[in-house]
Design a protein around this ligand. Structure first.
Ligand code: ZN
Length: 134
């Protein structure tokens, strides 16, 4: 009886471990994808600033590597998002409720999300291009 119980719980434990590992891998992928889009937007913001534009179209910073949608925002709005390394801007509806939640919706086509998933938050903080200068 004891032996059977142990065997069963070991299987459950094993599945839980496998599940956790797969989940972590997909969360890591999402974090890296979003950090990559953030890097692209940093270049877009630099260019817009150099050209003296107040507003520009950023790329959606969602976790879908195939997403090519644009998010209009002013440079001020963009800067406010970048103040927190765990905040990202994206097209409303592109948020992944498993790892992030919408904290602001300043425009029809602009949603600001915050990562509440610890692993993702830690990863995007580590990849923050502004972390050194802060
Ligand atoms: Zn998107």
């Amino acid at each position: 009886m004891r032996r059977n119980q142990f065997a069963r719980s070991a299987v459950v434990e094993w599945h839980a471990t496998i599940g956790r590992r797969f989940m972590s891998e997909s969360e890591m992928r999402i974090a890296y994808t979003e950090a990559l889009f953030r890097d692209v937007n940093e270049r877009i913001a630099e260019t817009a600033e150099r050209l003296g534009a107040d507003e520009t179209e950023f790329v959606c910073e969602c976790g879908d590597p195939a997403c090519a949608e644009r998010v209009p925002a002013s440079l001020d709005e963009y800067e406010r998002v970048r103040e927190d390394a765990t905040h990202f801007l994206l097209v409303p509806g592109h948020e992944n409720s498993r790892i992030e939640r919408v904290v602001e919706r300043p425009r029809l086509r602009l949603a600001v999300v915050a990562k509440f998933n610890k692993l993702v938050a830690r990863t995007v903080r580590r990849l923050d291009p502004r972390a050194d200068s802060a």
